[in-house]
Write a protein that binds this ligand. Structure first.
Ligand SMILES: NC(=O)c1ccc[n+]([C@@H]2O[C@H](COP(=O)([O-])OP(=O)(O)OC[C@H]3O[C@@H](n4cnc5c(N)ncnc54)[C@H](O)[C@@H]3O)[C@@H](O)[C@H]2O)c1
Length: 242
């Protein structure tokens, strides 16, 4: 029995993040469920005996506050899952600079702020697992969300680059790139039509669901994955094969 690890999962009030939080809790970790939606985060936290935190990952002061609270409460951060993100659907002709900047502010600047803040705590403890939720849209070149695909490519580049700098602190950093998943966010918007196109290309003729992603993240977040870093694992039912 290994000691209990402390994990922060961003955007864990619903969808893929909630499924990751459940998986990490099932592995025995104490999970901080961080989200803009405190009500949803609280419901997930209650279910898994975790802790809910109100957090906007693009707000530098809020990130510092939440990371500080977790350290005060538990004395450590061992696992960070950068899952929170905007998943827009906007054709290029309609994509203005304000939306482009907003998506980068949350997805990319949020990735920086969380990794910097929680990563410094991990470095002090000499151990860490960071898992960044990218997307197979970076592999597939999915249309109608060029800004989103660009941000997810940034996750993969960041993961590759940072691995070499934080390994000396005992920290691994990897990315998981899901295919289209029936999360609350996807089901409530035009991305839902994508299943008709994608499912026939997969190896399995069904919709991907959030619980299809949790196990891959939990493995990369485990002590056992100590020799894997800087990698991207595509988890998309065989939709893309590279
Ligand atoms: N669903 C898919 O098909 C799919 C595929 C590939 C990758 N992803 C990635 O998985 C992640 C989760 O996607 P999902 O479909 O579960 O999303 P979702 O929209 O269902 O849930 C996203 C959660 O993130 C939270 N959130 C949004 N902005 C935030 C912020 N600034 N700070 C904190 N929390 C914030 C929301 O409140 C929500 O609870 C995203 O990074 C997305 O890019 C999703």
């Amino acid at each position: 029995m290994t000691e209990q690890r402390v994990a922060i999962v961003t955007g864990a009030a619903q969808g893929i993040g909630a499924a990751i939080a459940r998986e990490l809790a099932a592995d025995g970790h104490k999970v901080v469920v961080a989200d803009l939606n405190l009500e949803g985060a609280s419901a997930v936290a209650q279910e898994i005996d975790g802790v809910a935190k109100l957090l906007d990952i693009s707000d530098e002061a809020a990130v510092a506050r939440v990371v500080g609270e977790v350290v005060d409460e538990f004395g450590r951060i061992d696992i960070l899952v950068n899952n929170a993100g905007l998943v827009p659907f906007t054709p290029w002709e309609k994509l203005d600079f304000a939306e482009w900047k907003r998506v980068f502010d949350v997805n990319v600047n949020g990735l920086y702020l969380m990794t910097k803040s929680a990563g410094d705590v991990m470095a002090q403890g000499g151990y860490g697992r960071i898992v960044n939720i990218a997307s197979n849209t970076f592999v597939a070149g999915t249309p109608n969300c060029a800004h989103y695909v660009a941000t997810k490519g940034a996750y993969i580049g960041f993961t590759r680059a940072l691995a070499g700098e934080i390994g000396k602190h005992g920290i691994t950093i990897n990315a998981v790139a899901p295919g289209i998943i029936a999360s609350e966010g996807v089901l409530s918007g035009p991305h839902a039509d994508g299943f008709d196109y994608v499912v026939p290309m997969q190896a399995f003729a069904r919709r991907g669901v959030p619980s299809d992603i949790g196990p891959a993240v939990a493995f990369l977040a485990s002590e056992k994955a100590s020799w894997i870093t800087g990698q991207t694992l595509v988890v998309d039912g065989g939709h893309t094969r590279n």
